[in-house]
Design a binder for this molecule. Structure first.
Ligand SMILES: Cc1cc2nc3c(=O)[nH]c(=O)nc-3n(C[C@H](O)[C@H](O)[C@H](O)COP(=O)(O)OP(=O)(O)OC[C@H]3O[C@@H](n4cnc5c(N)ncnc54)[C@H](O)[C@@H]3O)c2cc1C
Ligand code: SF4
Length: 551
């Protein structure tokens, strides 16, 4: 069986579309600071900055009123955010020192937890690895968190523009001067239709990229600026379902093993979300080797296991969604996350600790640090790379860096399979990350060869298990059928490659028809998995994609 090397078939990043050496248009909207992406990172940053500016004004400071904008591609706040989620409340407490944990938009406190090793049909409870302890954390819906943070930002006068995807960075020399949004109303061939809305330019003294996992603009900026990392960033794909259940779940569950093959890094979660809902999902590292591996189908299979069947039986699927997670950790962080007029925060920068499956508090904290650095830079009247580098120093001196450094090789150890990885991870925990000395080198996911192996498909019953088409319906995706394709397919895509993409994409965007690839762009839920391994994702008309309510 011939092997597939995904990178050979990938389209290059369209740098000439993403980085425009153009002056903003004459009718550009003038802002002081722009956050691209209304996730926890961007919104926490906007809130902190608005507060600092207000305090400065009240104290008779010189800064004056700041125009802060947050641009979000989803048509409503929270509709493009997906997480587990069990949240460490630390950054919430930092951002809202006057509020109590009970004021935050959490579903419930974690009081009990269990980790299982699964085989098909059986489960064995194992001791909870130290990195996975969650007592004192809270289960939550990130869509709800984002709506709540958005409300707080608006109360402080932040302009939150939903339905406005950013298409390009507008640059002058080495400096970022603003952004251009994506037009809407184009027909399938990219021609202007009757309802066309042309792009809008916005200028900003500082642009903060808070676009989340596999940020397209961040990739472009790093490439343009020659910013690299010790290891390439690597990713996992997570597929999640929200269920209404007949009985409350009494503990946070994580599992390892089945249905994932032993050479795949990943695991599952099942979290209580109040008395009658649970969040359940499966995560798999995108360096897997079986070209037929299909995370959506594996999750469907997983729900048939007695452990989960018992929890879900008599229940109902409420929502479905998928997203990638940056998993490279410390060694995949860009060497700098600041430049002239630009900062990278949250998942875009790679601030995720994989052993604990946590990113929300790091995203928020990095947004807060960005806001403080921007405030100081604006006070000094300059937003050069040197002035904004204070943000990098703040991250370096914080728990974000310490946490990621402690677990720096843990995910990387699993590149040789689960058994070797688990043994090494145990030693790393015992030595506080000192074993092994140095860095475990990784290749980019697209450089890992694949060979078609076992199929994971099952026949969905529509009660406990669902097809990809049913799943996309449950994501709330109602993208218009006639939008131009935002997916850039690379070269030499044979029938085998088409099959690989079809298995990879959880939303059924790709199909093999004969020896050809058929692409159905409206189905896309912006998880970015094929941006990592196949066709490139680019920003598309605002409001396209999923409409998550409580993911
Ligand atoms: C399956 C899964 C499970 C997870 N579980 C947990 C957990 O239990 N606990 C935890 O702490 N973390 C968890 N994480 C990680 C956590 O969700 C992320 O670290 C966190 O959401 C990052 O926040 P962010 O603001 O950086 O990005 P996001 O929350 O992804 O927000 C980015 C925003 O930018 C928008 N955007 C992107 N591109 C553009 C553009 N061009 N123009 C305009 N807007 C744009 C997006 O629509 C999105 O709203 C999980 C992640 C996944 C995928
Ligand atoms: S096409 Fe869209 S939904 Fe499918 S893998 Fe790519 S980004 Fe995810």
């Amino acid at each position: 069986m011939p092997s597939i090397l995904p990178i050979r078939h990938q389209h290059a990043l369209p740098l000439d579309q993403l980085i425009l050496a153009e002056a903003p248009g004459a009718d550009a909207i003038e802002m002081d600071v722009l956050f691209v992406g209304a996730g926890p990172a961007g919104l926490a940053g906007a809130i902190e900055l608005a507060r600092l500016a207000r305090a400065d004004q009240a104290a008779g400071g010189t800064l004056g009123e700041l125009n802060i904008g947050v641009l979000e591609k989803a048509s409503g706040l929270g509709e493009h955010n997906l997480s587990g989620a069990v949240v460490n409340p630390r950054a919430f407490r930092d951002l809202f020192p006057d509020l109590d944990d009970s004021d935050f938009p959490f579903r419930q406190r974690v009081n009990a937890e269990a980790v299982y090793f699964l085989t098909e049909g059986a489960s064995r409870r194992i001791p909870t690895p130290p990195t996975m302890h969650n007592t004192g954390n809270y289960s939550a819906s990130i869509s709800e968190i984002v709506r709540w943070l958005g409300g707080k930002a608006e109360e402080l006068g932040v302009n939150v523009f939903t339905g406005f995807p950013v298409d390009s960075l507008l640059v002058e020399g080495q400096a970022v001067r603003g952004v251009r949004t994506t037009p809407s109303g184009l027909d399938r061939d990219g021609h202007a239709g009757a309802d066309v809305v042309p792009p809008t330019d916005l200028t900003a003294r500082v642009t903060v990229l808070s676009e989340g996992t596999r940020g397209t603009l961040a990739q472009a900026w790093c490439q343009w600026q020659g910013v690299s990392s010790a290891n390439p960033q690597i990713f996992a794909l997570g597929v999640k379902e929200l269920w209404k259940v007949a009985r409350p779940l009494d503990r946070v569950i994580h599992s390892m093993g089945w249905p994932l093959p032993s050479d795949v890094f990943g695991g599952s979660w099942c979290y209580p979300h109040g008395p009658d809902q649970v969040s359940i999902g499966l995560v798999a590292g995108l360096d897997y080797t079986n070209a037929n591996l299909d995370v959506h189908m594996l999750l469907q299979r997983m729900k048939l296991h007695p452990l989960f069947r018992e929890i879900l039986s008599g229940g109902e699927l409420l929502e479905w969604g998928a997203k990638t997670i940056p998993e490279g950790g410390y060694y995949a962080l860009p060497s700098r996350r600041s430049g002239d007029g630009l900062l990278l925060v949250g998942d875009t920068a790679g601030f995720v600790d994989v052993p604990s499956l946590k990113g929300i508090h790091y995203a928020m904290q990095s947004g807060i640090f960005a806001a403080r650095a921007i405030f100081d830079a604006l006070k000094q009247g300059q937003t050069s790379a040197a002035a904004l580098a204070a943000y990098d120093r703040a991250v370096e001196g914080s728990y974000i860096r310490d946490d990621l450094y402690r677990t720096r090789n843990m995910r990387l150890a699993f590149k040789d399979g689960f058994v070797v990885g688990a043994a090494k991870a145990g030693l790393m925990t015992l030595t506080g990350g000192r074993f092994p000395a140095g860095r475990i080198a990784m290749d980019a996911d697209a450089e890992a060869p694949r060979t078609a192996g076992e199929e994971t498909a099952i026949v969905p019953d529509g009660v406990l298990t669902f097809s990809k088409l049913d799943a996309v319906f449950k994501s709330g995706n109602a993208t218009r059928d006639t939008i131009p394709s935002h997916l850039l397919v690379g070269k030499d895509v044979t029938g085998e490659i088409a099959d690989f993409y079809a298995h990879l994409c959880p939303a059924g965007v790709y199909e093999r028809v004969g020896d050809e690839l058929r692409v159905n762009p409206p189905n896309c839920v912006d998880c970015k998995a094929t941006d990592v391994l196949g066709p490139r994702w680019t920003p598309r008309e605002g409001g396209s994609g999923p409409q998550y309510r409580a993911m």
